[in-house]
Design a binder for this molecule. Structure first.
Ligand code: SAM
Length: 239
């Protein structure tokens, strides 16, 4: 998968490719990540990328042309068709199911705003979709782009050392994940639940399912409403 990010801070984006799962995906050739700085496409000695808003008010607004030229350069860098996403607090909230869909795209172009945001005419003409990472306001789209890059990268085949782990994660099957334990078995903070030491795979799977259902019902009942629970799940939930 190729992801191009248009941002005034491309070094920030490069950091995504430096560590952990994302870094490994780049090394394994599963992710190609490139930053494009609109300042490189701005004109004049000052390479201006923003100006005051019409109608007055605080802050600055990002200019159309530097962003448009950077977007064009990013798109032309690869012939595969791309989807352009503007990271914005006004966008559709990002969910794991949208992440799954986006992970199947060959190419994404991410657009990061700064200041008061981007001239609306550019958004209307060049953006396919606006995505928000939550109901709060960040200073720039780079953190949101990093979140999206990370979430779609871990779903690329071969990005995780154990492919099952993404399926078992929260939201993988619509529920929250079960709790996890490791050594030592006994600790002053408590003991590992016995069933996990039993070696009985059926009992372990049932316990994990019950924990997932219980946690989801306590912490995120909204997710359970969306689930078509099986008879067996309903029984487990009642326990
Ligand atoms: N004036 C804008 C508004 O209220 O909708 C907020 C601008 S914000 C200070 C600057 C940039 O940060 C935005 O253009 C967007 O790219 C990014 N941003 C801020 N919050 C975000 C969020 N929750 N999700 C995704 N991007 C966000």
């Amino acid at each position: 998968m190729r992801i191009d990010v248009v941002s005034l801070f491309p070094d920030f984006i490069a950091q995504c490719a430096a560590f952990g799962v994302t870094g490994r995906a780049v090394e394994r050739g599963l992710l190609w990540l490139h930053g494009w700085n609109p300042r490189d496409y701005a004109e004049g000695n000052y390479r201006k990328v923003d100006d005051r808003p019409f109608g007055g008010g605080p802050g600055m607004v990002m200019l159309i042309d530097p962003l448009r030229n950077a977007l064009q350069a990013a798109r032309q860098a690869d012939p595969a068709p791309s989807r352009t996403i503007y990271l914005s607090p006004q966008g559709r909230p990002l969910t794991q199911s949208r992440v799954r869909e986006l992970a199947g795209e060959q190419r994404l172009v991410l657009l990061c705003g700064r200041y008061e945001g981007i001239d609306e005419r550019l958004v209307a003409a060049e953006v396919d979709e606006e995505i928000s990472i939550g109901d709060y306001v960040l200073s720039g789209g780079e953190l949101a782009a990093a979140v999206l890059v990370d979430a779609v990268t871990r779903l690329q085949e071969g990005a995780l050392n154990d492919a099952e782990s993404a399926q078992q994660d929260s939201f993988g099957d619509g529920l929250l994940d079960c709790p996890h334990y490791t050594r030592p078995v006994e600790h002053e903070l408590g003991a590992v639940p016995e069933v996990l030491l039993s070696g009985n795979h059926a009992h372990i799977a049932a316990w994990r399912r019950m924990q997932s259902l219980g946690r989801t019902s306590q912490r995120r009942p909204d997710l359970l409403d969306e689930q078509a629970l099986s008879k067996a799940d309903r029984k487990l939930l009642e326990q």
